[in-house]
Write a protein that binds this ligand. Sequence first.
Ligand code: BGC
Length: 769
Amino acid sequence: MKNYISHDPWKIVEHGFHKEHNQITESLCSIGNARFGQRANFEEHFSGPSLQGNYVAGVYYPDKTKVGWWKNGYPEYFAKVLNNCNWILLDLRFNGERLDLSETEVKEFYRELDMQKGVLMRTCTVALKNGVVIEIESRRICSFANKDLGALSYQIRILEGSATIECDSLLDFDIRNQDSNYQENFWTNYSAHLNKETAYVQAETKKTGFHVGVAAQTTLRLNEEVQAAMPNQVSEAKLGHRYELSARAGDTIQIEKYAGIVSSMYYELAEFKQKTERIIAEAAQKGYAALEMEHSQAWARKWELSDIVIAGDVAAQQGIRFNIFHLNQTYDGSDDRLNIGPKGFTGEKYGGSTYWDTEAYCLPFYLFTAEEEVARNLLVYRYKHLNKAIENAEKLGFKDGAALYPMVTMNGEECHNEWEITFEEIHRNGAIAYAIYDYIRFTGDAAYLAEYGLEVLIGISRFWAQRVNFSKDKNQYVILGVTGPNEYENNVNNNWYTNYIAKWCLNYTGAQIEAVRQKEAAAWDRIQEKTRFKEDELSDWKEISAQMYLPEDKENNIFLQQDGFYDKEIIPVKELSAEDQPLNQKWSWDRILRSCFIKQADVLQGLYFFEEQFESNVIASNFDFYEPLTVHESSLSPCVHAILAANLGKHAKAYEMYLRTSRLDIDDYNNDSEDGLHITSMAGTYISVVKGFAGIKVANDALHINPALPKEWDSIAFSILFRGQRIRLQIEREQTIIENLSEKDISLLFNGKETRIASNKNSILQQTL
Ligand code: BGC
């Protein structure tokens, strides 16, 4: 655990230069605008620990799989989000000595990510070896107001000495992914243009044929006076402008750099150059300060909808805002071809691809904080991949329109390379069906079913119906050879979570078919024809759902994670020695598989999803059994435990679990923040507060609020959007104030009691009813 980031409600602050943690800070202070993003690299050359990272949404490369022994059905490739053109580069030399914070004496240093305004800034004082002392002040944005624009302002003051200065303001597209399987360059077909004022470079991805084009314009002033630029082509893919000037103590050099960044996701290649040049010309005209202002105003609108105010605990406040900030930077719901990579724009790990994380963890964040369309687009993304999911299932021997969604994907094709996950974690299909249910119950947008959702549900249900087999021994349907959410068990039979979600899904699909058939006959005819749905499928599904085997210990009210779970030696995690943890780094895989230790919520994941279907004593007995066995070695785990614990009244446990999620990256809990941030687990933090401590859920078609404020906090305040109505909650120790910000009255259940709040009115509700 690291503790070098100062506690602040709105900022991530590094006081003093922590060079050894530089790669962590680069991740933490990443900035992005859901269209492109970057790590918080320095503008100038830096030879210390660093991962240079610039990423453009939706632009990926299918990197050929690397496995020991090829088996039929293996995915051909692992899709990777591509490290892109570095547009921030300002290579500086003072009397010939290169500015490099790794090699020079850094006298003062302050780096700040202002999450409220979305601005990354840094000030530092540096003593060069040649005696020149300078002060740098830089600010940078990935504009929220113009999603194709990046801008920076970089000021140098000469404090001591005098120098001839060379400044190369460059675009560098000679970039490789650090995680390339075969160390190849994924980019090709470079072309570049340079004129007196602007630099432009474009490249194409190998195989996938995406294009990205970047133009930059720099203005450099010495004491307010604009300096002449000299075009400078360093190599085929690295070019820009050189400035040469002399300055002495007291002089100020002010650099402003604008970059227009476009991709073939949004523009025709033929218009790239003109488009990017227009973007930078307009930006230069407005100037950095005005651009930053527009950008911060756009952020203010985001915060108005998604902020959570925690009073009485600065560390918790910083933690939650950090998570909300990065979620908003990663996905804005404006494009149904995009999704949420586990690292967003902050690193390369996990390839930037889509996992079940989106449906299981991220969806509620966007449901609560954004217009309906944002969450809807996450669902439509999967609808558009339905044919690929059917092909994916066919490759594995399924037929007749059965759909198996990929565990990891960019374009709908499976691209995960571990067979235990690729083939066996079929539960991801369940989360995709669950998301449709969750979306509809939350937004009330039942029209989604006939338009898109039902086809997906039918494909998924067909998969379950073919994946089960009837056990004569048990006289029930079983699902063999799976991996559940707990990846520390592979190839198990009858994972309770998987069987339960399959059972639920078959049942839910049947009910939705009936509903659409009755209410929208024409739509049903279209769907029936398109999916070639046969009536007897419905009766098969009913039968399988009714007869699904669910391993359980009835006497103790415990659902068994899988067949034979009780054969394991049951030892609580607290009896493990610290040297043994994390297990995934300390133990052999074989030992992990034989043990009872659980990587992440598994049975408990099911109880979280389907809470209203179980008595609270049943949830409690399962929680009490599984929680002590869980090592939480996935960042997705503690949030589910936090929510269940809060809802069960286990306040201390809920708070302990919450702390593990909310500051996971800031405090570098898992020693891996340097690779990038855990974006999908950030959504888990958000739901821990909203579904856990505020106790918000939709059950039996009604909104419920059951607050359980942690004793460490004075209050929590936030707003949510429910079925088009926005309400604001202020949860205090003794009372909750609910404000209805919409034009219609709203009915809800507060601690189980029906409450009606008139439009644009407040209601003050006592906590203990
Ligand atoms: C978790 C998976 C998750 C993946 C990406 C893994 O460690 O076990 O459930 O989908 O990370 O976040």
